[in-house]
Design a protein around this ligand. Structure first.
Ligand code: MRU
Length: 373
């Protein structure tokens, strides 16, 4: 039997600052297992990376040894998902020190500038690179000392994301109850982060606590992150999952098959508008029409207070090939004109709540989002 969550429209807003997070030391043990997309390889001084382009048919690991290789991996989506891109780029800066020992500070800063050009929308990329730049700028020491300092900074970014994923998953328990059918779009699970995911973290934590949920996964054209990665991860998590094409989402809602929608985000503006994979905005409109709560789950590193509203978020435009050759073969006539924005913006008004590691922001506004910081 399914149960609807409390109506977010009538619910009393809570102050995320005063709500205490569950203490990870005292809370009941559980078996939420995470799926990490990359790790720093100390011996080889490189990044071991799961090649997400090969999922779900192959779990291939790459060795990324230079900033250029890292940039290429980010651009072709071998590593993808906002938090994972930020972590990967942070390690990418360290790889610059493998290339030459002279003027390591300049070389590290150059790499950071290059890596910032790889993808424009996910703010975690810029957030992580700023932290790495802060370590390198004015660093007074040799290449080895800089390596140690940059590695410590990258590992901190990595570990903090892991803790954030776990904590936002715990907060997310509040919106999921036994028997709920949860729709998600794109992929915002373990391999899009350091391991717990954002949209999928509450599902992971609920499932680990014996709450039975079902997932409805939109395949997510054009690159099928939903069917290739989300469905794969949910199977590993043991969540019964139904895959649909994007155009079936409205019908599924109309048929009463969806109790809640949870998505991730690539950048959340100061007013709560959220950029996420193309198709998310349409889902939010459908959710409103069907009175289904629509949640965005993201760490605070995805919130960009410099951007007042979603209209100022840069939307990545990707290659026409992704649309014309979607399934390993040409699926459109030659010379057809193509529009391929990778993301869209869901207005805060369509979002029941933003789930973060610092608490849940119900019916987000500029004031409430600012309250997280
Ligand atoms: O183009 P992608 O695959 O990087 O897009 C990813 C998304 O839109 C995710 O939903 C978002 O980054 C959240 S990741 C936890």
């Amino acid at each position: 039997k399914t149960r609807k969550p409390e109506n977010p429209k009538t619910r009393k807003p809570e102050n995320p600052k005063t709500r205490k997070p569950e203490n990870p030391k005292t809370r009941k043990p559980e078996n939420a297992s995470m799926i990490p997309p990359l790790r720093w390889n100390d011996a080889a001084r490189c990044v071991d990376m799961l090649d997400q382009t090969q999922l779900p048919t192959a779990e291939t690991w790459l060795q990324i040894k230079t900033p250029a290789e890292m940039g290429a991996a980010i651009k072709r989506l071998s590593v993808r998902g906002a938090p994972a891109i930020g972590i990967a780029a942070a390690y990418g800066v360290i790889l610059s020190l493998n290339e030459r020992a002279d003027n390591p500070v300049a070389h590290a800063l150059e790499s950071a500038n290059y890596l910032a050009t790889t993808r424009p929308t996910a703010v975690n990329l810029f957030w992580a690179l700023d932290k790495m730049r802060a370590v390198a700028t004015g660093f007074d020491g040799d290449a080895e000392a800089l390596y140690v300092a940059l590695l410590a900074a990258a590992k901190r970014i990595h570990e903090e994301d892991l803790a954030a994923g776990e904590q936002l998953g715990l907060y997310g328990l509040e919106v999921l109850q036994e028997g709920m059918r949860v729709m998600t779009h794109c992929h915002a699970g373990g391999v899009a982060t350091s391991g717990y995911g954002t949209a999928l973290a509450p599902l992971l934590m609920s499932t680990a606590r014996g709450v039975h949920l079902e997932a409805i996964v939109n395949e997510t054209r054009p690159l099928l992150q939903g069917s290739r990665i989300t469905a794969w991860e949910l199977q590993k998590m043991g969540v019964p999952t139904t895959l649909i094409t994007d155009s079936m989402a409205g019908h599924a809602m109309q048929q009463g098959m969806v109790d809640a929608i949870i998505v991730g985000a690539d950048r959340i503006a100061a007013n709560g508008d959220a950029a996420n994979k193309i198709g998310t905005y349409a889902l939010s409109v459908l959710a409103k029409a069907h009175d289904i709560p629509f949640y965005v789950s993201a760490p605070c590193s995805t919130i960009d207070l410099q951007v007042a509203s979603g209209k100022d978020i840069e939307i990545e435009q990707r290659s026409e090939q992704e649309v014309t050759h979607g399934f390993g073969r040409q699926t459109a006539p030659d010379n057809i004109s193509v529009y391929n924005p990778a993301f869209d913006v869901t207005p805060a008004a369509n979002i029941a709540a933003i789930i973060t590691e610092r608490g849940i922001v119900w019916q987000p506004t500029t004031e409430k989002v600012a309250g997280l910081f």
